[in-house]
Each structure stands twice: as structure tokens, then as C-alpha cells.
Design a protein around this ligand. Structure first.
Ligand code: MN
Length: 189
């Protein structure tokens, strides 16, 4: 079924919306950060919320677009900033746009062939995620990183590839600043 015109509300400060919200806590992020022991500590000491995202909840057909907000909270696991799991699209040849409403951070991206890119996000910046590029939001600031995203409704989410292999690069804090380093846990298989 193709959607009819409708409006959604988004709170510009918090990213909150009337759409369905999915939350990922520290316990939902096992294996995603370089420092497994630091994550385990975080789970035990209150299981911080790492990020939220909203979902439209309508049928996923190629004629439609899905949109919503992604809210990555400030914090670190060891010296690695809070981030989303990140994903490829199941239909790899589909792109996406993220528009930053507030906060500071990066969109980390990579292709299956090993190209990578990290674009800096701050309020008013839009990042274009081309078809074939996996993408992950990383909050390097002290306030929630809130982005509005939009992509082809039938694209689907492949989380498994990143859960298994990780991204080739990490963004960690060194001397109080974000630095991009090789992921020691990355594997090609
Ligand atoms: Mn996506």
C-alpha cells in the first residue's frame, strides 16, 4: 500500500516524535565496542542508554520513503565514543540522507570493498550516504547527537555484517579530541 499524505511531529531539541521509538542500551551493544570489559562495566553500573531511533511502522515498498530521527547519547565505552550499531542496507544499492538537528559527531561510512569516510556532523549539516555504504552515527560531543534520516522504504537493515566484522575504523578520544584509528577487532571474514 502506498502512503497517503500525513504529518509527523519532531521535537527539534530532543528528537522526540509521535512515531515508534526503539532504544539500544549498553547490554544491546555487546561486541560492538573495542573495549568489551569497559562495556561490561557500563552494563553493570546502570546499563546506559546508547541511542534511540524512530520507525514509521508502515509497509516497506519501494515507492515510499521512510524517515525518522536517530538520537545518539553522549558518553564513552573506554575511550570510544557512544555510537549506533551501524548497518548496510539489505538492498545494498540504496542511499540515505541524514540531516543533523543538534549535537556534534561523525557519520562513519564504509563500502564492502574497503573504502571508508568520516563526515563531521553538527546542526545544519546534511550528510549523503551513497548506495553501498554502511553507516554509523558517533557522538563526540556532550549533548545528544540528533539527526533526521530519510531512505527508500524497502531498503531494509543488514546489522549482521557489522555485528560480525565491525567497521574498519573507530573514533576514540585521545588528549580530549576525537581521533580516527584502525579497529583492532576488525576482521575480513
Ligand atoms: Mn540506513
Amino acid at each position: 500500500m502506498i502512503m497517503k499524505p500525513f504529518l509527523s511531529d519532531f521535537d527539534l531539541k530532543t528528537g522526540a516524535t509521535n512515531e515508534k521509538v526503539t532504544s539500544r542500551y549498553a547490554e544491546n551493544m555487546k561486541g560492538m565496542f573495542a573495549d568489551d570489559a569497559a562495556l561490561e562495566e557500563l552494563v553493570k553500573s546502570g546499563n546506559s542508554k546508547i541511542y534511540d531511533f524512530t520507525e514509521m511502522g508502515f509497509e516497506e515498498v519501494m515507492q515510499d520513503l521512510l524517515y525518522g530521527t536517530s538520537i545518539t547519547y553522549p558518553g564513552k565505552v573506554g575511550n570510544e565514543y557512544f555510537m549506533t550499531k551501524g548497518h548496510f542496507h539489505t538492498i545494498l544499492d540504496t542511499a540515505e540522507v541524514y540531516y543533523c538537528l543538534s549535537g556534534e559527531g561523525y557519520m562513519l561510512m564504509e563500502t564492502p570493498e574497503g573504502e571508508w569516510a568520516a563526515e563531521k556532523l553538527s546542526a545544519g549539516k546534511a550528510v549523503y550516504v551513497p548506495a553501498r555504504w554502511a553507516h554509523r552515527s558517533i557522538n563526540t560531543g556532550n549533548t545528544p547527537l540528533i539527526t533526521f534520516f530519510c531512505f527508500r522504504a524497502d531498503a531494509g537493515h543488514d546489522y549482521g555484517t557489522i555485528e560480525t566484522k565491525g567497521f574498519r575504523k573507530l573514533i576514540v578520544e585521545q588528549d580530549g579530541k576525537p581521533v580516527i584509528i584502525d579497529n583492532p577487532k576488525w576482521r575480513s571474514e
